[in-house]
Write a protein that binds this ligand. Structure first.
Ligand code: AHG
Ligand code: MN
Ligand code: MN
Length: 335
């Protein structure tokens, strides 16, 4: 039974047997993410002190300017997962292609693949605002012992076996699910351990926060425009409060605790929105559903979308169940 004051390490051991594919491999994987997150957290916390912030000069596959901490976080997560010989493949928002891992032992039996957004909200680093890391875990579908293939990574979100995020905020938290609810652990930096601070997190079914980059309003589909007007109308418990940090992890985390909806719709500028299905939307959708929330592209459940490419983008509406249902009603009505 989950109890407060339990460390993440204790929690992983205690809950290992309740995981349906239990073999210890997934526990080791979460442990590695916990370790890499601690190292990245240390570096993120120092961002204002050392000359590490700023563009590294490279552009990633989406043509976006990479920040140095993006590169650092990407390397740390990939190295930790590779060196500890835990997964058979990794795909990262910061890498053009997926990485194949050949384990040192003769018949490499690793069956999990990981997809990561190593640093989410990275444009917020320069201004001391919370950023995060998002991860998503699947079992490979190609035979164990052979090199991973693209199809191992292009599985529907509904096939995820684990997903989570780390938020490097006023406190650092690791929040994850293995399909049995969502639990949040807060890092005690003095000791270096994560403690179960938020057991069994659930989205309130109704919320009063809407989170969207309203500067793009003019470019939004009519359904989203109408829903935003609904959020702002003085009626029942509305108008809602508007809150938008610009770090998906932080916006999601706040909405899950307080009740709210996050939207990154398509626009006349970005025909599929901005967020990536595999690195951002699917893991957040899995967490949302495990926390009694909902995630949709406006018409379809996010986790039912069949991916066609690694860096695919999709419109994303996610949060308290009744709010997402209402937003979908507006989308269908304006179709
Ligand atoms: P990343 O830093 O990994 O590229 O992700 C940034 C994403 C997401 O975290 C955030 O919600 C969104 O971009 C903000 O985009 P806008 O600045 O267009 O609102
Ligand atoms: Mn991101
Ligand atoms: Mn990123």
């Amino acid at each position: 039974m989950a109890s407060k004051n339990q460390t993440l390490g204790e929690f992983i051991i205690e809950n290992q047997s309740s995981f349906k594919y239990s073999s210890g491999e997934l526990s080791r994987l979460i442990n590695s993410i916990r370790l890499a997150a601690k190292v990245v957290n240390h570096e993120v916390n120092k961002a204002g002190l050392v000359d590490i912030i700023g563009a590294a000069g490279d552009t990633n596959i989406q043509g976006e300017n990479q920040q140095k901490l993006d590169v650092y976080a990407n390397e740390k997560f990939i190295h930790t997962l590779t060196n500890r010989n835990i997964v058979c493949g990794i795909a990262s928002e910061e890498e053009d292609d997926f990485i194949t891992i050949n384990s040192q032992d003769e018949n490499h039996q690793n069956k999990y693949i990981v997809l990561i957004d190593p640093l989410d909200g990275s444009s917020n680093i320069d201004v001391n605002v919370s950023v995060g890391t998002i991860f998503s875990v699947y079992r490979r579908i190609t035979p164990v012992g052979t090199p991973v293939k693209l199809k191992d990574f292009l599985q529907k979100g509904s096939q995820q076996v684990a997903a989570g995020y780390i938020v490097y905020g006023t406190s650092t938290m690791l929040v994850y699910t293995t399909g049995d609810g969502v639990n949040g652990f807060t890092l005690n930096p003095a000791i270096g351990s994560y403690y179960l601070s938020h057991p069994n997190i659930k989205f309130p079914e109704n919320g009063s926060i809407y989170s969207v980059n309203e500067g793009n309003y003019i470019h939004f589909p009519q359904g989203i425009k109408n829903y935003i007007k609904y959020c702002q109308k003085e009626e029942d418990n509305r108008p809602y409060t508007s809150r938008y940090i610009g770090s998906l992890v932080s916006d999601f985390h706040r909405n899950m605790i307080k009740g709210g909806i996050y939207m990154y719709p398509k626009s006349s500028k970005n025909s599929n929105g901005k967020l990536r299905l595999l690195y951002e939307c699917n893991p957040m959708a899995f967490l949302a559903e495990q926390a009694n929330g909902k995630a949709s592209d406006g018409f379809t459940r996010i986790m039912d979308i069949a991916p066609t490419e690694l860096h695919q983008r999709v419109p994303f509406i996610c949060g308290s169940k009744n709010m997402v249902i209402k937003a979908e009603e507006f989308m269908f009505a304006a179709k």
